[in-house]
Design a protein around this ligand. Structure first.
Ligand SMILES: Nc1nc2c(c(=O)[nH]1)N[C@H]1C(S)=C(S)[C@@H](COP(=O)(O)O)O[C@H]1N2
Ligand SMILES: [Mo]
Length: 410
């Protein structure tokens, strides 16, 4: 024990010296962090903050060919979150994944933007952004996950490629139920349609029950206005439902008496002959988890002590349990779930692990507070078939090779 403590102290001392060296060597040559300061009308101002030039985080642009072909403009591309670089449960808005079906964010002036509540209501309403912000607000932490976030096989597929279509934010806005009550929903109404301001008019049918339960009209994301790629100035947050319900650049809510197979819905989400709305949409996402370190695309630097860390979540509630297997699913141990473990939010887990240099297959299994358990790939395929990417929540095994490379073992 004593020798261990000495070793640790030496390590810290060594580490400290190394850090000092780094700091001295890394002085910005020209005071670059102050360049954003300026003065205007005698006021001294500094612009929106930048990260350190040493922070190199970047989002993969998705390999979705459809998007590539639809748009030459980089702003229309989809991007994936680098989950292994995230600290805590909140994804910085600047690293949030993007799924926009080839549309660049419309350039919306919030002063001119309006939200209309219409259709089967007693009193159609139109709100300015300023009026919306005067209403009672709520702030909630929720993930958004694209249904395309479905891990696939191929040894070389990385964590980002297999799991980067999910992010988690603190959303601030107005409950949709408040606006619907204000407008007065007519008898016979069963669905609402969220309509957006982009050229292809993304419009999505949402069951009225969900609209009244916990759906948010969000203008705030992680303490700042929702970013353009994520829906500025207004988006729907439909907690735990597939990403495609969460309409960005929202400009209208139409109350209706059936699900509409809108152009956007039937081109993107309802597939196959005879497919219906109920077949094409799985709505609530099941329990899921993934190890973000060690994970596909990474390399372990040597034998010894590691934390197996990652995220778990469920579209049905909070994460109750995360189990970790280091032997390909033969035996399992409980990981520590870290606070906060919020409903329909990314939740962190960790488990210490000593790697002795032999090959290992690491994987996790999430149980949510409804008692639902994340399926294996075999179970998942047996239930859903190979069709498309429904839910896409199978267990993700990562294989650590003898030389420390981490490969996709799905
Ligand atoms: N107006 C509009 N809303 C949209 C989309 C879109 O293309 N247009 N994409 C949807 C899909 S498929 C997903 S997964 C989420 C992604 O949200 P994000 O781009 O903020 O991550 O937004 C949804 N809302
Ligand atoms: Mo999506």
């Amino acid at each position: 024990m004593k020798s261990k403590r000495v070793a640790r102290r030496q390590l810290l001392r060594g580490g400290g010296a190394a850090l000092l060296g780094l700091a001295a060597g890394a002085r910005p040559a020209s005071g670059q962090i102050w360049r954003s300061a300026h003065s205007e009308d005698g006021k001294r101002l500094m612009r929106y903050g930048e990260r350190s030039r040493f922070v190199k985080s970047e989002r993969y642009i998705s390999d979705n060919k459809v998007n590539m072909e639809m748009h030459g403009d980089m702003n229309g591309f989809d991007a994936l979150t680098p989950l292994d670089e995230q600290m805590g449960v909140i994804t910085p808005a600047s690293l949030h994944f993007v799924s926009s079906h080839g549309n660049a964010p419309p350039d919306i002036d919030p002063q001119k933007h309006r939200l209309m509540i219409h259709g089967m209501v007693d009193r159609p309403l139109i709100f300015t952004m300023e009026e919306l912000k005067r209403l009672p607000s709520v702030t909630r932490i929720h993930y958004i996950e694209c249904r395309a976030n479905s891990p696939r096989g191929g040894e070389e597929r990385t964590l980002q490629q297999n799991h980067g279509w999910i992010s988690c934010s603190e959303w601030t806005g107005v409950p949709l139920s408040l606006l619907l009550k204000e407008a007065g929903v007519k008898a016979g109404a069963t669905w609402v349609l969220g309509e957006s301001a982009e050229p292809t008019k993304g419009a999505k049918s949402i069951p009225l029950g969900k609209a009244m339960l916990d759906t948010l009209i969000a203008y705030g994301q992680n303490g700042e206005p929702v970013r353009p790629h994520n829906g500025f100035p207004l988006r729907l947050v439909v907690p735990g439902f597939e990403g495609n319900f969460q309409v960005k650049w929202l400009e209208a809510i139409k109350v209706v008496d059936r699900p509409y197979a809108t152009y956007w819905e039937h081109t993107s989400f309802v597939k196959g002959a005879g497919a219906t709305m109920s077949l094409g949409n799985y709505w609530e996402q099941g329990p899921k988890s993934v190890i973000t370190s060690p994970a596909g695309g990474q390399r372990l630097s040597g034998h010894g002590y590691y934390q197996i860390v990652g995220f778990a979540w469920s579209g049905n509630g909070a994460v109750r349990r995360v189990e970790v297997s280091i032997d390909g699913g033969r035996t399992w141990s409980d990981a520590q779930i870290q606070d906060p473990a919020l409903p329909m939010a990314l939740t962190r887990f960790q488990l210490p692990w000593r790697w002795n240099g032999t090959e290992a297959v690491l994987q996790t299994r999430c149980t949510d507070d409804r008692g639902q358990v994340q399926p294996t790939k075999a179970h998942h395929t047996a239930f859903w078939g190979d069709w498309g990417p429904p839910h896409g929540n199978p267990i993700q095994p990562w294989r650590v090779t003898r030389d420390g490379q981490v490969l996709n073992a799905l």
